[in-house]
Design a protein around this ligand. Structure first.
Ligand SMILES: [Zn+2]
Length: 290
């Protein structure tokens, strides 16, 4: 778990890497490792990071480790000067399956749990940021969406304080909308890339639950919903499994993918079979991905 100051340190180091390349010096054949002179800005004071001392925090060590392992000195190094840090392109929504924000914060701060999220939103609408948007939170676990198998690397994780058996209060959803608005406009995240944990891990996860208001979110441009008045029976050659796969679902366990789809779009029925009505909903959504 990164404390806020540690997040600042990591970004300061990352930005120092960026700034040291922005002075128009096109270094040729110079190892990138050697050119990294990490400086940490702490309370407006620039201090040198000494990689070989025991004074470094685990986070600082990790940044230095990444600086070294992200470069392959066996190959010629010719640094480009135009870059910045990678941005999130998905938002994954969860429910905590816990009883309070305090419990979730504690869970994310205990070393043995190895889980985290960028944001936790309380039932009362309180928004708690636990990780900087630019770092990789451990919220997705083993997951797949389309051809992406490392969802943690491309997504922001948002946990809603909810035990999984209760509705989500308006105050909480309103705060979620605020966070989503901010993330969408800052990182230009596409509408369809606001999805749930169960979407990307249908065999393992069921969050957010059937109580989650996906339709309301889609109306605001976060996620997708079907055209309720325009459902038609799909053609005879419509392949439901292929449609789920095209939307993004991992259909290795087709029944699990169907349940995940129905939990989100059908809600009242989450059995692992597609009825004629379910197929008309799936067909409508599938057409939006063509
Ligand atoms: Zn989850």
């Amino acid at each position: 778990m990164f404390r806020p100051v540690s997040i600042g340190i990591i970004l300061a180091v990352l930005m120092s890497l960026a700034s040291c390349k922005s002075k128009g010096q096109a270094a040729v054949s110079k190892p990138l490792v050697a050119s990294f002179a990490p400086a940490v800005v702490l309370e407006e004071k620039v201090v040198e990071v000494k990689p070989d001392t025991n004074q470094l925090t685990p986070q600082e060590r990790k940044v230095i480790f990444l600086q070294k392992t992200g470069v392959h000195p066996e190959w010629r190094q010719a640094e480009a000067i135009h870059y910045d840090v990678r941005k999130p392109n998905f938002v994954i929504i969860h429910h905590t399956a816990q009883d309070s924000v305090a419990q979730t914060i504690k869970t994310f701060q205990i070393p043995r749990t190895k889980v985290s999220s960028h944001y936790v939103i309380g039932r009362n609408g309180e928004i708690i940021q636990m990780l900087n948007d630019y770092v990789r939170s451990w919220h997705a676990g083993v997951a797949k969406w389309g051809s992406i198998v490392d969802m943690n690397s491309c997504s922001i994780g948002i946990e809603l304080d909810n035990n999984g058996r209760e509705p989500f209060p308006d105050a909480q959803i309103n705060s979620l909308m605020t966070v989503l608005d901010t993330l969408k406009s800052r990182y230009l995240i596409p509408d369809n890339n606001f999805i749930g944990h169960a979407d990307i891990a249908p065999s393992r996860k069921n969050d957010p639950s059937v109580f989650f208001p996906w339709k309301k979110l889609a109306e605001r441009g976060f996620g997708i919903w079907y055209d309720e008045g325009q459902l038609i029976t799909p053609p005879d050659n419509f392949n439901a499994s292929d449609a789920l796969k095209i939307i993004g679902y991992d259909t290795a366990n087709l029944k699990a993918a169907i349940v995940a789809f129905k939990r989100k779009f059908i809600v009242r029925d989450t059995t692992p079979e597609l009825t004629v009505y379910d197929k008309s909903v799936l067909y409508n959504i599938y057409k939006k991905y063509q």
